[in-house]
Ligand binder design. Structure first.
Ligand SMILES: *Cc1c(COP(=O)(O)O)cnc(C)c1O
Length: 358
């Protein structure tokens, strides 16, 4: 069975953890600082602040920027729940806007229509590793005096017109969960060009302290450990090579698949293929996936239920593209461990299921 995703952990990662264990300093320390410094060039040299998850990165960034109860933040519903949870956890209200079918990202026209007097911010998700329409969203934010955040949890190294994701808005957030393009076990990173937000996130992750027992604000404990940072540092060294492998795998799939809608790349965009997601339009998607499984090809549905309809939000909204894409999307294996034989198996399986009809 070709797995839909596969974290790659090798001797280097194990040695890095061992080095930290032997040092006896396990919590946030020099490894975290080094990880932050080394991550910064990948987001156009912004401030980087490591935390314990991508969700914490989103949450800390919002709190640091002053997002609070009474505010509205426009987000896509076609994403992982953390996108909207992080808004809600500040006391603010996530307002769900519809997406476009090409890249499954926020539709700028839908965003503009969702703006109210309470809107404080917009947060696109660079879903599956394809950058959102940042030029248009930046223009909306400037015109309407709104803050632009980025959920870059799936998009390490993606860029648009030469600018890296995580470097567009007032703050960006990355995740290092094991299935993401690189991992630290669990972990996240806030990236920002704003000195004030950077300092606030540093305070917030550590109970509001910069100097011990001189707590300045009410904070959290969302620190990353040196154990996790050590793994992240090793993985960061491999990220460029792995990303190129994902892109090569995606190029092969796009030039050989037929009978499904393959993911196009926008002009000026660098797609990093956290997922390689096709749309199944002529067949029942779930039956299609079952047939692939029988042929030894794993796949995934991200996300079968839009966030607004999850029991935790329980909203009924009119988001027709979101609803349609949720029934059509299917992510095929694209991870860097695939062999040429695996890629050929995937193509053969998809094309024959598409031809057969289901
Ligand atoms: C993974 C993910 C998150 C949350 O990251 P964690 O590290 O799991 O907390 C947030 N947003 C999106 C789009 C994600 O894919």
């Amino acid at each position: 069975m070709i797995p839909a995703a596969q974290p790659i952990i090798g001797d280097d990662e194990r040695a890095a953890v061992d080095r930290v264990l032997l040092s006896g300093m396990l919590a946030q320390g020099p490894e975290v600082k080094a990880f932050e410094d080394e991550f910064s060039p990948y987001v156009d040299n912004r401030h980087c602040i490591a935390v314990n998850s991508g969700t914490s990165a989103l949450h800390m960034a919002f709190v640091a920027a002053g997002i609070r109860a009474g505010d509205e933040v426009i987000v896509p519903s076609f994403s992982f729940a953390a996108t909207a949870n992080a808004v809600r956890l500040t006391g603010a209200t996530p307002v769900f806007a519809d997406i476009e079918t090409d890249h499954f990202n926020l539709d700028p026209a839908a965003v503009e229509a969702a703006i109210s007097p309470r809107t404080r911010a917009i947060m696109p998700v660079h879903l599956y590793g394809h950058p959102a329409a940042m030029t248009e969203l930046q223009a909306i934010c400037q015109r309407q005096n709104l803050l632009l955040f980025e959920d870059a949890a799936q998009a390490h190294l993606a860029s648009l017109h030469g600018t890296k994701v995580g470097a567009f808005g007032v703050a960006g957030s990355f995740s290092f969960y094991p299935t993401k393009n690189m991992t630290s076990g669990e972990g996240g990173m806030v990236t920002t060009g704003c000195d004030h937000i950077a300092r606030q996130v540093r305070l917030l992750r550590n109970q509001g302290m910069e100097r011990r027992y001189e707590n300045e604000v009410i904070g959290f404990n969302t620190r990353m450990t040196d154990l996790h940072a050590a793994i992240g540092r090793v993985q960061l060294q491999k990220l460029t090579k792995w990303t190129e492998q994902r892109q090569a795998n995606a190029a092969f799939l796009s030039s050989h698949l037929s009978g499904v809608v393959t993911p196009p790349v926008a002009a000026g965009a660098v797609h990093v293929y956290h997922q390689y997601t096709v749309r199944v339009v002529d067949h029942n998607r779930d039956a299609f996936a079952e047939q692939l499984t029988k042929k030894g090809v794993g796949s995934g549905v991200y996300y079968p239920t839009p966030i607004h309809r999850l029991p935790s939000f329980g909203l009924s909204l009119d988001l027709p593209v979101t609803e349609q894409v949720a029934t059509q999307c299917l992510s095929l294996p694209v991870h860097p461990s695939l062999s040429q034989g695996d890629l050929e198996t995937i193509v053969e399986a998809v094309n024959s299921v598409a031809r057969a009809g289901s």
